[in-house]
Design a binder for this molecule. Sequence first.
Ligand SMILES: [Cu+2]
Length: 311
Amino acid sequence: MPALPLDRRRFLATTALAGAVALTIAACGAGSTNASAMPMTTGMHPTSSPAMASMPTTSMPGMGSGAHDMAADDGLSAEASGLRFAPTSTTLPANEPDTFRFQIRGTDGIPITTFAPDQTKLMHLYLIRSDLTGFQHVHPTMAADGTWTANLAATPAGTYQVYTSFTAQIAGKDVPLVLSQPVTLPGTAATIAPAPASDTTTVDGYTLAVSTAGGMPMAGMTHTLIVTITRNGMPVTDLQPYLDTYAHLTAVHAGDLAFAHLHPQGKANGDHGGPTLSFAAELPRPGAWRLFLQFETAGTLHTAALTLNVG
Ligand SMILES: [Cu+2]
């Protein structure tokens, strides 16, 4: 990955609003400089309304494990805080399920093997296509030697950014980071035109409406993002816990692929989340942000996406 300008390093503090759950966003702002620059991804974990309403709000929890490393907060660097994201290969076969292996190594080249869970997982991996399609979010497993294996679904050819989000434990200290690398899946890659901005989207029969208090969000300012989920015009109230919350929101910035990541601190409680999920989000740069919202009902994970314009 190319070195990222520091001005893209933004720390996004996300606080779940209505739910009163605090979310932390690792802002990803760096712009790719290579020809196949990838879009930015911002991840946010939304907080569900009712169950979390009584949770205290904490800003910038860094997943509750300490401050994020500022240099890595745009998610576009492969190395930060003395740790390096080292994939076995940065080329993967297209159109077939595959495994992606990597290590998180220290400056001495030795793989790190101690990690703290974040949102119930030791490692979160996101694969996002440079045109902001092809979103995958999986949880790799680690072998004793520190080699992580992620099972990826069949993926179309193209250029992707692979983000790893984790909290390494180094000398007794938690080091939360988002590191990433470009990965190529050779073949004919059809670029999909960017989706126009919209305040609604549908997935699997669910309709998601996104509203922002005060109109269009402005870059660098904290806004409350409210997502309301309905089905056939009726409020959805049977969201199940997914990674300890009722939804997971990832945002990628079109043009520079900055990755922002929102982690709620509150935990979901029972299969009755919804219909409203609230986030406090600060998006560091103007332009289009692609939001990927994941939620679970009846044991099925749904992934919705929409484009949000930031002024
Ligand atoms: Cu995850």
